[in-house]
Design a protein around this ligand. Structure first.
Ligand code: AMP
Ligand code: GLY
Length: 425
């Protein structure tokens, strides 16, 4: 198979790394890729504009691509899968109408309500005055969410009424997230522990992956501002086998069936962000793609051929026998630029990458790097994801941090407590 992979972050490096291990894959063209991906066997990075979807389809056709795999949500929400499918090009990822499950939080919440999928109570508001009076009436805590895509920044968990009022004003009057904030979802606050459950689906059957947990706050002890994710681990013990079965039966299967019923058949990876409290599991959000950094711990635990699974998702031939997992654990520590998630410098040389990468059961995924004068330098807030495998979470964590110790760049920041919730149990 010849593959086209779209994206250039840590998630796509993990996808490229796993796909390259398939004996059925000869070549992977990655748009735009990154310096880490460029070193993965069989991978070649290609500089194409990501926003021109027709050009991408031309490219896939010209290069006889057997399967296209899409990383980022924005490309799916923009409708890349519709264009590829209309031209007979197999693609892993949902059509535009199905990707709305992430593209519009209002759509996603209404769908869950209509089909009795457990989630927090909510109200959709399209004008500021209604939103303000709902907040005043409801009180705090309350969660304010921009309806559309906001690069993971459109959610405010407001602990006071003032915070909530400020958030809706920023979204609806100051247009902080542009059109994405024209509607907001006001949501009941849910207490509990979060976990991510990703699943493969071909639109008919749903196969969950191992549950994982990411760490959104920038500092140890889950303090400081939210980030795109400072680390992750899998499997997440908060998701017991009983809860996993419950999540599959009451959430994953019903939502795929609901989307089918609504004429929005979904295939690809479905990401369920879940809140767990006692024996209750509720949906925080759905995403229409792999999670980042979750992918950097989930895919290393996959014991099967990812290319075969993805092709089966794209062609409606998925079977449970295709997906097996290693009985191991994985921990990923993100190395971020100093200042992130605020402003940060770029272009700083990174050392120790090869030493870390050489370690057994360690993979250094690149998230925000670029080549400059023959050297790898920083190029983003989240720079690297250092993943290690081990017999259990403790062993994987120790190995990941041993690898992290070998890597240096000026101002580098990482959390030292990734997987603490699992270890506390
Ligand atoms: P989302 O982008 O919808 O996943 O929201 C980002 C983060 O905000 C989630 O990972 C949760 O930590 C938090 N969050 C979202 N909705 C709620 C809720 N209803 N109750 C409590 N926390 C929430
Ligand atoms: N780790 C959160 C996400 O990928 O949305």
């Amino acid at each position: 198979m010849k593959l086209l992979l779209i994206g250039g972050g840590g998630r796509e490096h993990a996808l490229a790394w796993k796909l390259s291990q398939s004996s059925h894959v000869e070549e992977i063209l990655v748009v735009p890729g990154n310096p880490g991906i460029a070193r993965v066997p069989k991978c070649k990075c290609v500089d194409l504009a990501l926003d021109d979807l027709n050009k991408m389809a031309d490219y896939a056709e010209e290069n006889s691509i057997d399967l296209t795999v899409v990383g980022p949500e924005a490309t799916l929400v923009a409708g890349i899968a519709d264009i590829f499918r209309s031209r007979g090009l197999p693609i892993f990822g949902p059509n535009k109408a199905a990707a709305e499950i992430e593209g519009s939080k209002a759509f996603s919440k209404r769908l869950m309500k209509k089909y009795n999928i457990p989630t927090a109570d909510f109200q959709v508001c399209t004008d500021l005055e209604t939103a303000k009076s709902f907040i005043a009436e409801h009180g705090a805590p309350i969660v304010v969410k921009a309806d559309g895509l906001a690069a993971g920044k459109g959610v405010v968990v407001a602990m006071t009424v003032k915070e909530a009022l400020d958030a809706v004003t920023e979204m609806m009057a100051d247009h902080k997230f542009g059109a994405a904030g024209a509607s907001v979802v006001l949501e009941e606050f849910m207490d509990g522990e979060e976990a991510s459950l990703l699943a493969f689906t071909d639109g008919k059957i749903v196969i969950p992956m191992v549950a994982s947990q990411d760490h959104k706050r920038v500092n140890d002890g889950d303090e400081g501002p939210n980030t795109g994710g400072m680390g992750a681990y899998a499997p997440a013990p908060v998701m017991t086998e009983a809860l996993r079965v419950k999540a599959v039966e009451t959430i994953l299967k019903p939502v795929i069936a609901a989307l089918n019923k609504e004429g929005r058949s979904y295939s690809g990876c479905l990401y369920a962000g879940l809140m767990i409290k006692g024996d209750e599991v509720k949906v925080v959000e759905f995403n229409c793609r792999f999670g980042d950094p979750e992918t950097q711990v989930v895919l290393p635990l996959l014991d099967s051929d990812l290319a075969d699974i993805m092709l089966a998702c794209a062609t409606g031939t998925l079977d449970v026998s295709m997906v097996r997992w290693k009985q191991q654990a994985a921990v990923c520590v993100i190395l971020a630029s100093g200042g992130y998630p605020g402003p940060y410098p770029k272009g700083l040389p990174i050392t120790g990458l090869d030493e870390a990468d050489k370690m057994d059961d360690v993979i250094v995924f690149h998230a925000g790097t670029r080549m400059q004068d023959g050297r790898i330098v920083t190029n983003g807030g989240r720079v690297l994801g250092v993943t290690a495998l081990g017999g259990n979470i403790r062993a994987a964590k120790d190995k990941a941090y041993a690898a992290v110790d070998k890597i240096r760049f000026e101002g580098e920041h990482h959390r030292s407590d990734i997987a603490w919730r699992a270890l506390k149990r």
